[in-house]
Write a protein that binds this ligand. Sequence first.
Ligand code: NDP
Ligand code: MG
Length: 407
Amino acid sequence: MTETGPAAPRAQNGAAPSAEPARARRRLAILGATGSIGRSTIDVVRSHGGAERYEVTALTAHSNAEALAEAARTLRAARAVVADEAAYPALKAALAGSGVEAAAGAAAAAEAAVGAEWVMAAVVGAAGLPSVLAAARSGADLALANKEALVCAGDLMLEAMAEGGGALLPVDSEHNAIFQCLEQDQTQAVERLILTASGGPFRDWPLERMAAARPEEALRHPNWSMGAKISIDSATMANKGLELIEAARLFRMGPERLEVVVHPQSVVHSLVGYADGSVLAQLGAPDMRTPIAYALGWPRRVASPAPRLDLAAIGRLDFEAPDERRFPALRLAREALSAGGAAPLVFNAANEVAVAAFLAGAVSFLQIAEIIERSLEASDLTAPSDLAAVFSADEAARAAAKGLIAA
Ligand code: NDP
Ligand code: MG
């Protein structure tokens, strides 16, 4: 496997790259190893030397014991952890004779990555917060896919990263693109960050058709293959809303300097605009294995098994302004970001509840944004002062959203 190109800049949080000890395998852990990002991470790790190059200290999942055990065997992981204790017997049985230690429970899942040098945080939703915070505090370089943790508890997460001293490496394709385009000694010259959005499966649907959209239609993303929750978020554009908040936290930019442009081909992953009028973009095939490889190799570049971009075959790249009338979740996220306090947390919690209800057939597609809006109106938006306050505000917002659905 080749490692080419000049060293990339330091992480945006200022941490120096952790030195890889000569000939020692790098210790890594994957939180949410059975999901879409988890599986893509395993693919990248395998194609970059697998267990020869990496010592996998832990893999976690919620309850999918079989898939977790298989991944743990493949990567010769030391430990496999299911957050759901009910899945422990199945995990233990599936790991019999493998030499991989089985563990279960929320506390074991939260602490699983501690001791690793590089951690992929790919649990879906605010449920990932305890494990992301523990990994941040541990000093590991943190490859962050879980945007919800950063949206809910941005300050706590950045504090935990500073305390640990590891590098925060954005995996979300837009933020990874921006990270790649930021000239670290020129941050004062950055005018704006431009996030691209595919527009999702309903980009050109009229509102009346969106009103009757079924979960299987919303799950059918035109460009990306992803987990169910983020696929629905892409269809409502709540995903781009979460990403605006994520960008504000990661790159410490005010909402007035964050733009969204719809780009249906998902080839330009995001852009950085500078004071001289230059705009730098990162391009690639829509495949998460590229940003994952960037985060894994950082500060170098390593090969990834993602397909290569063929611009002549694509032919054209289109751009258009987002339509916040048909995609009100984007407007609500922007308002939540400007309001600050607990508003981003409430936006996220209400969205998670509404998406689960939509997937269960309990609410319609357009009701997802309505539930977010009404939950924001009904909630206390005082900024939570610590982690306990984050959890209780999150719980209260979920209860408010569930109350709206039941009503
Ligand atoms: P998936 O739904 O495919 O996978 C979620 C993973 O999280 C699974 O491994 C699941 O385990 C695990 N999990 C769920 N709850 C818990 C818990 N309480 N404790 C431990 N593990 C848990 O999601 P994605 O891979 O699509 O997304 C993961 C994150 O990455 C999300 O935050 C998403 O926004 C972000 N992201 C995803 C992208 C994508 O292309 N998929 C792109 C950019 C960001 P189990 O299988 O047992 O349920
Ligand atoms: Mg994204």
